[in-house]
Design a protein. Structure first.
Length: 170
């Protein structure tokens, strides 16, 4: 099994709950991460995303100003986003099937249901970095392929994950 060198990755945590941001930051530091940026709502998160250009975004679903779904849709705009390919991990207290589909259809890369664990967070990070899904564009969608059965290595790799894999650190 490959391990992710988190010391080389920049993370952005977007959550209106300061305690949850602190928990995630602590877990990320435990994984070896050096650069972690934070935002307290969707609007501040979008600004931080454009400023810091993180390698991975971790966002809560329910936040003021605009929520994680709206934020994801804004990040996935290929004509206006600084990096529409960035992996997005959605953290939520809601695990209902319709919500999972809504997040998937917005362009979320992976979901993690609260309460989170170090193992669960690390698994999602490893999945988006080491085995990213290919991106697709349709008339009304741009984002990771919504079919989980497709193997990413069947497609031409692109973005941060490909650079990471080619650097010899995986």
């Amino acid at each position: 099994m490959f391990r992710v060198d988190c010391s080389r990755l920049r993370f952005l945590i977007i959550d209106d709950n300061a305690y949850m941001r602190r928990i995630i930051r602590t877990l990320l530091h435990g994984f070896g991460t050096r650069e972690v940026f934070e935002a307290e709502d969707g609007a501040a998160g979008l600004e931080a995303f454009a400023t810091h250009l993180p390698d991975v975004v971790i966002t809560d679903w329910s936040m003021p100003v605009f929520d994680g779904i709206e934020l994801t849709k804004m990040i996935r705009q290929p004509d206006t986003s600084p990096n529409p390919f960035v992996p997005i991990i959605m953290i939520t207290g809601y695990a209902e099937r319709n919500r999972v589909f809504e997040a998937r259809d917005a362009g979320v890369s992976e979901m993690l249901v609260k309460p989170i664990s170090a193992k669960g967070l690390y698994q999602r990070i490893a999945k988006v970095v080491l085995n990213p899904r290919p991106f697709i564009r349709t008339e009304n969608y741009f984002g990771p392929d919504r079919r989980h059965l497709v193997k990413a290595d069947q497609y031409k790799s692109r973005g941060m994950a490909a650079n990471y894999m080619n650097s010899g650190n995986a």
